[in-house]
Ligand binder design. Structure first.
Ligand code: AMP
Ligand code: ZN
Length: 500
């Protein structure tokens, strides 16, 4: 259920280096583009953290009433090994290694990405364009940049002309805060510079060597498009020459996003993006999790517990909760201990969700309103919104959710009477808890069996207990335990719950 009034949301804008009030170009519509995965191998948990952060943004914008067009591409060409200007295509290289077509690699790992996204309950984007599906747009953009004098051909490749771009009053480096002189010092040693007028110029189109298997015809050579150009073309095609939000991991700020700004501005004379948002990295012992560093975890390793750094398996929702306990701009270190703590916290919340769906309002005469608790519940609901409005501070949002959980548990155990809250606030508490949990934070229940089976087993438990058949009672207890569940048998009630 959407909260129909737009909340005053503030987001940290990398471009202005501060939290800016989010004002869309054409409310209620919001255009949002996120750089998608390069599909040359399995997505790791670091990638998941970034996509999860934008899933939260997508969900929250929708929750507060915006109509979001969320475009997240699939990079299936042009991203070279080492993220630079020279060398093999990541996908082409993998295709050679596995002796298959590049598009088989693309399909395999796109499927993997979709499967992983579904497991972590990431909502699909509104449009998921592929770079190879937009070669015509990219070739047109290259031609247009040449026509505008912002790009030049050299030996069959085409480069963006940084000197011309800056001479026209633009500032290459403004997003990442890079200074041109420093960049020049960094790039001097790289190969492949001979074709460029300025070592900082970047490729829009590259002529392919014969062994480079992914290549297409163009007016300049048989070759392939530059990695940065695809995002410019796909975002402009589906969101317009200027749109609201562009996201990605912090490691993409330079050169990828810097180049996108340069291309977009040179093509249309307007800066393409209003709010640039970047997520911080998932680290392992303080080091960025990445395939090339060999410290990455695959989702499957986590779900099976089959990894030397793990001593048990963790469910997708536990991991989702673990990641969201940190705000997206802080680093997050991945460890077995941190996951263990998250496992406990998540089970407490999961019990709260199950219970809040079962709670019903009962009117009782003679119950005094509990003003202190009522005020605290209101404060926690407001606090949840205030945290999300403060640059999606999910960490503080969870603190407020746990505060609401306390009252849900009190209601469940009869320590707080619904009538002490009044029907309106009781309903609001129940409803907001479920909506925050499921719609905004995107968590969901994950019992092995459906509720009906579990409730049926609980009824059997009650019958065997009355009949004093303790052998059967124990069997049913262990049936629940095998699924990470417990039977809570107290004076107040008998219920099943997630083991915390
Ligand atoms: P790639 O497939 O390498 O293009 O990466 C897909 C997305 O994952 C990009 O937005 C990256 O910035 C992001 N990413 C890669 N490694 C990490 C990490 N360790 N933590 C968070 N995000 C990451
Ligand atoms: Zn991109």
């Amino acid at each position: 259920m959407a909260e129909t009034t737009y909340q005053p949301l503030k987001v940290y804008n990398t471009l202005t280096r501060k939290k800016d009030l989010f004002v869309p170009i054409a409310a209620p519509y919001v255009g949002m583009y996120v750089c998608g995965p390069t599909v040359y191998n399995n997505v790791h948990l670091g990638n998941v953290r970034t996509f999860l952060s934008f899933d939260i943004l997508f969900r929250y914008l929708t929750h507060i009433g915006y109509k979001v067009r969320y475009v997240r591409n699939i990079t299936d060409v042009g991203h070279l090994v080492g993220d630079g200007e020279e060398g093999e295509d990541k996908i082409g290289k993998m295709a050679k290694l596995q002796k298959v077509e590049p598009m088989e690699i693309v399909q395999l790992y796109t499927n993997d990405f979709h499967d992983v996204s579904a497991m972590f309950n990431l909502l699909p984007p509104s449009i998921e364009p592929t770079a190879t599906g937009h070669l015509i747009e990219q070739i047109e953009a290259v031609q247009s940049l040449i026509d505008k004098g912002m790009a030049y051909e050299s030996n069959g490749s085409v480069y963006f002309d940084i000197t011309k771009y800056n001479a026209a009053g633009n500032e290459y480096g403004k997003l990442s805060g890079r200074v041109l002189e420093d960049l020049l010092n960094e790039t001097r040693e790289l190969d492949g510079q001979a074709e460029k007028r300025n070592p900082l110029d970047f490729a829009l189109w590259k002529k392919a060597s014969p062994e480079h298997i992914m290549q297409w015809n163009s007016p300049w050579s048989r070759g392939f498009p530059g990695w940065h150009l695809e995002c410019t073309c796909m975002s402009a095609k589906y969101l317009g020459k200027q749109f609201d939000i562009h996201g990605g991991g912090m490691d993409l700020k330079f050169p990828h996003h810097e180049c996108e700004i340069a291309q977009g501005t040179a093509l249309t004379d307007v800066t393409p993006v209003r709010y640039w948002m970047h997520t911080n990295m998932l680290t392992v012992n303080g080091q960025k999790m990445s395939k090339s560093l060999g410290n990455s975890f695959l989702p499957a390793e986590l779900f099976s517990g089959n990894h030397e750094l793990l001593d048990q398996a963790y469910s997708p929702m536990t991991v989702r909760f673990f990641m969201l306990q940190s705000q997206y701009r802080s680093t997050l270190d991945f460890s077995n201990d941190a996951l263990k703590a998250a496992h406990k916290g998540y089970k407490r919340l999961a019990n709260g969700l199950r219970v809040s769906k079962l709670l019903t309002y009962v009117h009782e005469e003679g119950i005094e309103p509990d003003e202190a608790k009522k005020a605290d519940i209101e404060k926690s609901i407001e606090g949840f919104y205030a945290a999300m409005n403060d640059d999606l501070n999910t960490s503080v949002a969870f603190a407020n959710l746990f505060s609401l959980l306390k009252y849900i548990n009190m209601l469940n155990m009869g320590q707080l009477k619904p009538a002490a809250l009044g029907e309106a606030l009781f309903t609001r508490l129940k409803d907001r808890f479920v909506v925050f949990y499921e719609d905004v934070l995107g968590l969901k229940e994950e019992p092995a069996e459906g509720h009906e089976v579990l409730d049926g087993m609980l009824n059997l438990y009650r019958e065997y207990k009355t009949a004093q058949n303790y052998e059967k009672v124990d069997q049913i207890r262990s049936y629940f335990k095998q699924q990470g569940l417990v039977i809570r048998d107290t004076k107040v009630k008998i219920e099943w719950a997630y083991e915390e």
